[in-house]
Design a binder for this molecule. Structure first.
Ligand code: GLY
Length: 395
């Protein structure tokens, strides 16, 4: 019976994904959401009895999980919230709550910067969608924990605590993504400190992470006495001077959030400059899903990173809101191409396959030979977010 259901699903999927390529965004979103809800229900169901575990990836036929300490722990519950928001399905709501709870202890995390990713995608979406009051305490405690990593003199939130022999005070571009939680914390608590430190962090990051062409370094480490950079390099990219695709995506998304929260023109200008670097890059493929690094040596045979494509699509949809005339139209066109590509058979997994992850072909950490050309929870999260953003604006 299960086998028959799978055959029917795969047949429907093949027919659907061909249709999706031809049809409107409305059909595409309905089809992808339907497939994704079923995939994530299955994934939630199979992990339910494994206390404290969260999905991480599916590699060599093996479903891999993590506990809440891994930086991606908030994305799976976050995607469940988005899918619940779309479907109104009670099972998805129950699972969204269950897996969100599995991340709660991260509110006490003070040994890395990933608290925003972990808590704002999970508890933040839960609070927004169902207004669960108890989630506020988790988010505020998390914001306070994250703020302990801010150094008044250096004016930045410290990202990592490892490699101490090399980096005095490492800040990675990904850290821009944790600021959304801080803005929420200021609004909720009335304490401007969280906003002030976010603005200081974003300003110093513009000055030292970004090159003249608006690409960025992955890691900048600061001298703890002078507060000035002493090392600029990569950790997950091809080389120190390359443009690691997901880093460019995090920066774009981060400065779009900075403009949303502050309405300061300099952040909008910076987001536009990053977007234009990404979109117009000579190495950007026609379907606008970037190679894992814009300077990867083996382009066009380099691996693509669906996660970077999904993050960029989501950020561009919001960026297009800010009345940029022809640029807004172009950002929407690019995001549409990206979403159509991700929804095609090239990236979208067949139901029941891919460990029940939604997208295939992301790259976690290629130089570390970890999670290369695999599904990743954050690719799924930003893909579903982008589809919902599209629906809210245009359908
Ligand atoms: N460190 C987060 C990322 O791999 O993008």
């Amino acid at each position: 019976m299960k086998k028959l259901l799978l055959i029917v699903l795969i047949f429907t999927f093949s027919a659907c994904s061909k249709e999706v390529e031809k049809n409107s965004m409305s059909d595409l979103i309905e089809t992808v959401m339907d497939i994704s809800a079923r995939q994530y229900f299955e994934m939630a169901n199979k992990l339910e009895s494994e206390e404290g575990r969260l999905p991480r990836t599916y590699e060599n036929g093996e479903f891999k999980t993590s506990d809440s300490r891994w930086w991606t722990s908030g994305f799976f519950p976050g995607t469940l919230w988005y899918l619940y928001e779309y479907t109104n399905n009670d099972d998805l709501l129950r699972y969204a709550k269950l897996y969100t709870q599995r991340v709660e202890r991260e509110k006490y995390t003070t040994d890395n910067h990933d608290v925003g990713f972990m808590l704002y995608c999970s508890f933040g979406n839960g609070l927004r969608i169902i207004g669960e009051e108890s989630y506020k305490e988790v988010l505020l405690t998390g914001a306070k924990s994250l703020s302990t990593r801010y150094n008044e003199k250096i004016q930045l939130i410290r990202s990592w605590d490892f490699n101490k022999h090399l980096w005095q005070y490492p800040v990675i571009i990904d850290n821009m993504m944790n600021l959304e939680l801080m803005f929420w914390a200021s609004k909720e608590s009335g304490d401007p400190f969280f906003t002030e430190l976010s603005v200081a962090h974003a300003d110093k990051t513009i000055n030292h992470h970004y090159r003249d062409d608006y690409s960025c370094y992955h890691v900048v480490s600061y001298d703890t006495i002078s507060g000035e950079p002493h090392i600029k390099q990569t950790f997950q990219g091809y080389n120190d001077e390359s443009a690691w695709a997901r880093g460019q995506a995090w920066g774009l998304y981060g400065y779009v959030v900075m403009y949303r929260e502050t309405k300061q023109q300099k952040y909008l200008d910076h987001a536009i400059n990053i977007a234009d670097f990404i979109i117009n890059h000579p190495s950007m493929p026609e379907d606008m899903i970037p190679y894992w690094d814009f300077n990867a040596p083996n382009i066009p045979d380099a691996k693509r990173d669906a996660s970077a494509g999904a993050i960029i699509a989501s950020a561009l949809i919001e960026l297009s809101d800010y009345n940029l005339g022809e640029k807004s139209k172009n950002y929407i066109k690019v995001a549409e191409n990206q979403l159509k590509a991700l929804a095609s058979e090239a990236y979208l997994a067949r139901p029941g396959e891919n460990g029940n992850f939604i997208l295939r072909h992301s790259v976690g950490h290629l130089p570390g030979n970890s999670e290369v050309d695999v599904p990743l929870t954050y690719a799924d999260y930003y893909f579903i977010e982008a589809l919902l953003r599209w629906k809210q604006r245009f359908l």
